[in-house]
Design a protein around this ligand. Structure first.
Ligand SMILES: [Zn+2]
Length: 461
């Protein structure tokens, strides 16, 4: 059992907060780590967000001090490309158009080679960065595969990425992506990855029994992948119960779709069977009112990624309009090739800052809800992104007693508005403490960073 004491405030979800006596003792029971059930009122609460009545014999009770701290659900990064963690501020990739960015990144990948080792080293650094900044779940949209890779090679790369996250104690949604892959090969690989990584998962919902690993599929977008790829990956998703994820309506995506098909991306996704409630679409910058209405009608969820969209010049997703139409919006950072930081809270702050440029402003609780439950909903994970009874006990403890938070009247709003780049003091995933007093538990972040440097030094010719 884990008992967290003396928090000043607990954000249970975007609508519910506890303070005073209610926040004094937060108990995470031992049954939490394996619980994947959706919140249910008749089940025994596994995350008791109330003054505790310790029920189980205290075999090993761990205490975390949260004096002067705010507790929130763990953040869920709905869109990352972990491989790009090894290529941040890469020469020739900043301030350039997409048709220059893509081949420059591709050459960078080719120079070090994409294999289980490089994927694992980059993923460990990216996942660790996430944990240290409060991200307990990452959706890794893995788009790049070595030329001529066999199905087994791709499974090994996926497994290495999954092992990287598991080794650090984080949750990972591995999205078998595709960018101009042969459709049949992409589908065979996705099928093999789901079979290999989810073996023993009984529910057929694309998530392992312990909830730490999920598999999904995701073509990069209509600008790069054909109808055949969308349809075949959709078939694999249906066969394994996987969620589907893609990217659409970056401005460049709209331009290419118009040029190639004479249609806009959302119309193509509709025609190709990819507008449905198991689909999450990232970016959605250049989106029309009619497209928003159609996405809402189909139950599609969205991922806002301002930390990528702004520097790439793609525009700003009209988040308030998407939400007003009834679309669930999550938050993602995208990868290090476009957004050099995997710091989701920093991008939540950016989302607040840019919102008034494209519509009504957003408030901090709304954006925190996007970065937690909004992202989790897109992954089909009802147990993540909140701290209601039955939740899977992923949480962050944020110290708000430093000068960067001095004078803050509202500590929840302050999490975003003040102290950019803040790190959580403690992070818990599935009831397990994975970051304590700002350090990874059982891992050295500097060693993980050094591994990236070593890999690049050894391989770049
Ligand atoms: Zn992306």
């Amino acid at each position: 059992m884990l008992i967290i004491t003396d928090a000043t405030r607990i954000l249970v979800d975007a609508e519910t907060e506890l303070e005073g006596d209610e926040a004094r003792r937060f108990v995470v029971s031992e049954t939490v780590p394996t619980s994947r059930t959706a919140p249910s009122t008749d089940a025994t609460p596994t995350t008791a967000a109330t003054p505790a009545t310790a029920t189980t014999a205290a075999t090993s009770t761990e205490h975390l001090d949260a004096a002067g701290c705010v507790i929130t659900p763990g953040l869920v990064n709905a869109h990352h490309h972990l491989l790009q963690t090894a290529f941040r501020t890469f020469p020739g990739t900043r301030g350039v158009p997409m048709h220059v960015w893509l081949p420059t990144m591709a050459a960078a990948y080719a120079a070090i080679g994409i294999d289980p080792e490089s994927a694992g080293v980059a993923a460990r650094a990216g996942v660790a960065e996430g944990l240290l900044s409060g991200v307990t779940t990452i959706a890794d949209h893995h788009l790049n595969w070595p030329a001529g890779a066999s199905v087994d090679d791709t499974v090994a790369i996926a497994r290495s990425t999954a092992d990287a996250a598991r080794g650090l104690g984080a949750r990972l949604a591995f999205v078998r992506g595709s960018a101009r892959d042969d459709p049949e090969q992409a589908a065979a690989s996705a099928d093999a990855i789901a079979t290999a990584l989810l073996s023993g998962a009984g529910d057929g919902d694309g998530v392992t029994e312990d909830g730490l690993l999920q598999v999904a599929v995701g073509p990069a977008g209509v600008h790069s992948d054909s109808e055949a790829t969308f349809r075949l990956l959709g078939e694999v998703a249906a066969a394994h119960g996987l969620r589907r994820r893609t990217q659409a309506n970056e401005q460049v995506d709209v331009a290419i779709a118009l040029e190639k098909y004479g249609r806009r991306p959302i119309a193509l996704l509709e025609e190709w069977g990819w507008l449905a409630d198991d689909v999450t679409v990232a970016h959605l910058c250049a989106v029309t009112d009619d497209e928003i209405a159609l996405l809402a009608e189909r139950g599609v969820t969205a991922t806002h990624a301002p930390g990528c969209d702004l520097p790439m010049g793609w525009g700003i997703a009209p988040v308030a309009a998407l939400r007003a139409a009834g679309i669930t919006v999550g938050l993602g950072t995208s990868g290090g090739g476009s957004n050099d930081a995997g710091h989701l809270l920093a991008d939540a702050r950016l989302a607040l800052q840019v919102a008034p440029l494209v519509g009504p402003p957003l408030d901090a609780r709304t954006v925190l809800g996007m970065a937690t439950e909004g992202s989790a909903t897109g992954l089909g994970r009802a147990e993540l992104g909140h701290l209601r009874p039955g939740a899977a006990a992923d949480l962050c403890v944020w110290d708000v007693t430093g000068v960067a938070d001095a004078g803050v009247a509202d500590p929840i709003a302050g999490l975003l508005w003040t102290n950019p780049g803040r790190r959580p003091r403690h992070v818990v995933v599935a009831g397990r403490v994975v970051v304590k007093d700002y350090e990874l538990v059982g891992h050295d972040e500097r060693a993980l960073a050094a591994d990236v440097a070593e890999l690049l030094a050894a391989r770049v010719r």
